[in-house]
Design a binder for this molecule. Structure first.
Ligand code: SF4
Length: 230
């Protein structure tokens, strides 16, 4: 238990102090200094954002990257932006979160059976990390997958998370693992490996256009719970 705790702590420290991508380091720090008018009183996090949640989780959620004024401000995954405002109420309704609100790191939010991470830990300009930045960052996700020893389901939010998670498991298994990205599609990554479920990302662009509705999202979490029960 202590050894595991130390491994998690070491990983979180490595993430938070990482400066491997010069473009993203400059951007996250500039955003944290300039700020958005609505958040001028905030002391922005301005660093890479570590994974968040239950370290004994059976479900891993993989997002894209921190939002400039969301996680890059609050320091916690999906906290303080419109994606989180859509995600956490759904997780609360599905029984994975103890509350629907995610405001800051001291808001009391706890996850059960779920760990939330991303393929890129620094806020990228335009929400678009470059390929080499994703490659730099992916080992952190791989380490989390290794530490989540009870993992049974991986939920990928959006195509980039889908592609990169498949990349990780292609390297691990040596299998081709060529699947199409489709909302609610469930894939088996291999014998004794987790299920993979694809979802549209709960970005404002998707939720405000109706590409991803609350009903569609709830259905996806129902599927996750069914896999855990199965
Ligand atoms: S994106 Fe990842 S690898 Fe690049 S600086 Fe941030 S934490 Fe480090």
């Amino acid at each position: 238990m202590t050894e595991n705790h130390d491994l998690w702590q070491g990983l979180d420290n490595a993430v938070i102090s990482c400066r491997k991508c010069p473009r993203l380091v400059a951007w996250r720090e500039e955003v944290a200094q300039v700020k958005r008018r609505a958040y001028l009183e905030w002391d922005y996090w301005g660093k890479p954002v570590p994974g968040f949640g239950d370290r004994e989780a059976r479900v891993l959620v993989v997002g894209l990257a921190p939002g400039a004024h969301g996680s890059n401000r609050t320091g916690r995954m999906f906290t303080g932006d419109s994606s989180g405002d859509f995600l956490y109420p759904a997780l609360f309704n599905a029984g994975f979160a103890n509350q629907p609100q995610a405001v800051d790191r001291e808001d009391g939010l706890q996850l059960a059976e779920m760990f939330i991470s991303a393929v890129c830990r620094c806020a990228p300009p335009g929400n678009k990390p470059k390929a080499d930045e994703i490659s730099n960052c992916l080992p952190y996700l791989e380490s989390e997958i290794d530490l989540l020893s009870r993992l049974k389901v991986i939920v990928v939010l959006g195509r980039i998370a889908f592609d990169q998670t498949l990349r990780v498991f292609r390297q691990r298994t040596g299998e081709k693992l060529r699947f199409d990205f489709k909302h609610l599609a469930v894939h088996r990554l291999g014998e004794n490996l987790p299920w993979l479920i694809a979802s549209y990302h709960p970005s404002r662009q998707n939720t405000q256009t109706g590409r991803l509705t609350e009903v569609m999202f709830a259905e996806m979490w129902d599927t996750v719970n069914a896999l855990l029960d199965g």
